[in-house]
Design a binder for this molecule. Sequence first.
Ligand code: SF4
Length: 411
Amino acid sequence: MSALPVREKLAILSDAAKYDASCASSGSAKRDSLKSGGIGSTEGMGICHSYAPDGRCISLLKILLTNFCIYDCSYCINRSSSNVRRARFTIDEVVRLTMDFYRRNYIEGLFLSSGVIRSPDETMGEMVEVARRLRLDEKFSGYIHLKTIPESSPELIEKAGLYADRLSINVELPTDEGVRKLAPEKKPETIRLSMARLRQKMEEKAAPTLRTKKRERFAPGGQSTQMIVGADKTSDDGILQASARLYGSYHLRRVYYSAFSPIPDSSSSLPLQKPPLMREHRLYQADWLMRFYGFSQPEILDGSSDGMLDLAIDPKLAWALRNRGRFPVDINRADREALLRIPGLGTKVIAKILATRRHRRLRLEDVGRLCHSIAKLRPFIVAEGWSPGTLTDTQGLRDKIVRSCEQLSLF
Ligand code: SF4
């Protein structure tokens, strides 16, 4: 396998990494300038976009160290029984690729994951060595995200935190039952224990030491995880419960949701079709409500009959329609918490509303100028010269809003 040219390994191992959702470019349209004679492509091998801890969007080289794996997780294209082409980078190759791409300004960082070769410790040891060499030998100051292997030793995971900006440990599936069924070699308890250790280590290192009064650098971008959606029968409510537990117990920065992709020769326990991508999107929106909009997890789907998010409308609008008694909200008087509940209003727009209303009262048109559209929020607010009257309680309001949003999206 070492006879494969690096370019070919890059094609195999960047393609194998695309199932990891921790980067945000997956929804973008495919564009390539090869035929047009222009420049640029959205399909550059292994290059994806992610967000740094300070909010910057950065390009990452996203690859696996290897797609050989001794495990046989049934939802994974790289499982040991899968018939895919295999490749394995050496440590030196990953370091050189990262530095070459970085010097040419193609990337600002590295996202490195791997199948498990021989043992979790051996694989993790190689990944840590890549990060160590980049930081210490090459003096690389770019972003490094390492996907850690929960079964590897705590010492190795601790070392990874010294060199990486962010570490992640995949919980894989929303329920323990799902993990046992579809990834029998993985133990949910071990995954949780690794996350707990990582949280503890981050807190220890974040405390200023008595001697230096400085915080030690240890995975400053925190830890994240990924959950596969639609490989088992867990409802959206079950998925959000799992996320709420993860955020609460391990102080994760992000939970990523990755819609299950059917793979060739897969086990009969897996669905034949992938879930709609919109489901993944709605889960991200619901996750956002828990983290930035003051919603508790049970509130998001309270009163829903099947525990599933409505695919046609966003979860905040769905919640408002089920809780019409809490509306309309007076845009000129309500506190920030009440404003955060209004469909169609994001945190930035709310900050602008709060700043503007110190000087004058806002009309519906003023709010319209601050956000993309007032179609969603008209029935839910009172503004200077505007009251929705009976509109808030109108039957068929959901369908009316869906229609006006669809019309707007045509322009
Ligand atoms: S351990 Fe990771 S790479 Fe290996 S089969 Fe499971 S999910 Fe795939």
